[in-house]
Ligand binder design. Sequence first.
Ligand code: MG
Length: 334
Amino acid sequence: MTIRQRLEQQEYLLLAPYASHSAESAGRDREEVPCDLRTDFQRDRDRIIHSKSFRRLKFKTQVFLSPEGDHYRTRLTHTLEVAQVARTLARALRLNEDLTEAIALGHDLGHTPYGHIGERTLDTLLPEGFRHNEQSLRVVEKLEHDGSGLNLTREVRDGILTHSGPRQPGTPEAECVRRADRIAYLNHDLDDALRSGILRADAIPPDCLKVLGATHRERINTMIRDIVSCSEGQPHLSMTEPVENAMNGLREFMFERVYRNEWRDPEEARCDYVLRHLFEYYCAHPGEMPEEFVMIGYEDGTERSVCDFLSCMTDRYATRKFTALFAPSSFPAF
Ligand code: MG
């Protein structure tokens, strides 16, 4: 018996009957010889960590654009916080922690530069529209490994696609990530907004604080414990109504005061401007993109390949490209 086979057997002893078991994965599009040390879901997680798109998350915006302070979240630290919350849920609920972690680490791989501002701009530029969850799936299925993708299992790909948007997750592990994403971003974006001074603690709706708790730590704890106590022994995750309502209230408040507030307007317009001009430029000069994107252009059309190229960019790469293409070279670099 290999180590992997032993791990697969242990899952039958440890996990809930409705958890996803590695030995019963729906498999990969291209068949591979199984690893003797790791289960298929562990292997998927490792592939994501070693991917180039995972490393680029370090230089992509979460909410605060190119923050001066060292303590603001980036897309990478957001991803790690989602993985932490999701794994806590999965282990407490006797679900497959490796599958959960793989989905969590991969869920935002397709995020654009400049956060949701970039996503909105690309959505208007691409005829079929642009959603970061669909792009994350495209990254692991096609863009990584020079066009061949990471060949991940179907369960991991389903979880990446369904972490946001109207499609419902196909496994309880994917449900953990969908909930963990929301718990993570609400709490850490609130924390960053307070740190930046754009929000004062006394502006947070008192009803939400009463149910969720007065501190960052208490609020995360309340949300996680509520899901665990409601979902133990159940094949689907749920929350109590008061906590869910308080969370939705906090989300509305964050949209109004942080995500859609006018303090972002001047910067948003600049990010939109940069991406629109890069889009126009590369549609007119597709041969100037890296070869892998030129090849995608032959298969899927120029606009699609330019959107792929742009969405892969980090904030700083997009800004540098724009400067290199459109600013006179005697200008000092910024
Ligand atoms: Mg996310």
